[in-house]
Design a protein around this ligand. Structure first.
Ligand code: NAI
Length: 380
């Protein structure tokens, strides 16, 4: 069994909350990694874990990644994650189950702000919102920001522009670049559309053949077998499926020049970015590239504006370029450079203590955060 407090202090976690409700069968772990920059925002993941230990480790890992992601994206928020242990993530949850979950979230008083993650739906968020204001991703008619996936895909496409310049010098465009997308889901399919729009030569692979065939018919992209993607020769490999993609053996098989995709936690461990650099592969860190989703959600705090979220997400291009520049300057691989940038921002802008419920925040221009969505929704 993992030494919990040891694991928390190793990675700098502030708080882990275990919640259970015998009546509905709820079992949840909420990990608050850091609130130095603001309340900890992070997804609720419904997943069937092999053990409680596996769920706990996932919560610790994912919440830390959220802290880094928010810090690099320039957002005034920390990182958290809730993992809910369920037998079948695809099975809809009862209202009572979700309300029990909402009460656990509510008891954190806004130190943790819930959003959608793997397995979660907008309906889940809407039910949770009945018992707590500390939840995002609710119905757009109620001030929610809707699905984050198109914004995430837009951010990835912008990061890829920076990758193209890193590969072939200033002025290089995505036009003509060969991009292989692994996973043609909510993010991957939109990314394929955006890249085709920029003139890239795109190939897609998905375990769901129907999704691939739909994109082939719509965009004229190439279809690849899921077992071929790692070895596919291309300029950019874009992981947009689930789970870690790169370990020691998969890195050896790669024949891409760069990696830039939406999937979270792509590297099985931190040392792999050194392996990628050794092989001459440019790695755009996942938590820099895929921040469009949380940038979109963060817009809910001040009144959601699609145009404002899009403008901020476009900034991922400059942030990715800054990560590569820092990597060169400090002679460290890009993932390590991005972590360094995130930690420097926290040291610079962090309030030096934990965020307390009711603390004034930057989103609300110094007023205490009492609710997430103002009554008036900003129209574009
Ligand atoms: P999704 O569930 O809509 O799509 C994932 C796709 O990957 C599915 O079509 C699935 O069939 C396919 N897939 C699964 N295993 C595969 C394999 N071994 N090979 C090829 N295809 C496979 O998920 P979504 O929302 O598109 O997210 C994609 C990734 O991006 C996930 O890792 C997610 O955590 C990450 N992400 C998503 C964000 C969002 O806004 N949706 C935000 C930040 C990260």
């Amino acid at each position: 069994m993992v030494e919990l407090l040891e694991a928390m202090s190793d990675r700098g976690h502030e708080q882990v909350v275990f919640g259970a409700d015998a009546e509905t069968g709820l079992r949840v772990i909420v990990a608050v990694h850091s609130t130095a920059l603001g309340p900890a925002l992070g997804g609720v993941r419904f997943w069937s874990y092999d053990s409680e230990e596996a769920a706990l480790l996932d919560a610790l890992r994912l919440s830390e990644a959220m802290t880094l992601k928010a810090a690099v994206a320039g957002l005034d928020q920390g990182g958290g994650k809730a993992v809910v242990l369920v037998d079948d993530p695809l099975q809809p949850r009862s209202d009572d189950f979700l309300l029990a979950l909402g009460r656990v979230i509510h008891e954190l008083g806004g130190r943790y702000l819930a959003s959608e993650d793997v397995g979660a739906t907008q309906r889940d968020m809407d039910v949770i919102a009945r018992v707590t204001p500390w939840v995002t991703g609710v119905d757009p008619d109620r001030g929610g920001s809707g699905s984050p996936s198109p914004m995430t895909a837009f951010g990835v496409s912008r990061a890829m522009r920076a990758v193209a310049r890193e590969l072939d010098g200033p002025g290089t465009l995505l036009a003509g670049k060969r991009v292989v997308i692994q996973g043609a889901g909510s993010v991957g399919s939109v990314l394929a559309r955006l890249l085709v729009g920029e003139g890239a030569r795109v190939a897609v692979a998905d375990v769901d053949r129907i999704r691939v065939e739909a994109l082939v018919a719509e965009l004229g992209v190439d279809a690849l077998d899921v077992h071929e993607v790692l070895e596919a020769e291309c300029d950019v490999f874009a992981p947009c499926a689930l789970g870690p993609v790169f370990d020691r053996s998969t890195v050896e098989r790669l024949r891409c020049r760069a990696i830039c995709g939406a999937a979270n936690n792509q590297l099985a461990d931190e040392s792999l970015d050194g392996e990628l650099a050794r092989r001459g592969i440019v790695y755009a860190p996942d938590f820099v590239v895929n921040a469009g989703g949380i940038i979109n959600v963060a817009g809910e705090f001040t009144g959601y504006s699609h145009a404002a979220a899009r403008e901020r997400t476009a900034g991922i291009e400059a942030t990715t370029a800054a990560v590569f520049a820092r990597s060169r300057r400090d002679r460290i691989p890009p993932d390590a450079a991005a972590r360094r940038l995130a930690r420097e921002r926290i040291a610079r802008d962090g309030v030096g203590r934990r965020w307390q419920p009711g603390d004034p925040t930057a989103w609300t221009h110094g007023a205490p955060l009492t609710t997430l969505r103002p009554a008036r929704v900003v129209a574009d």
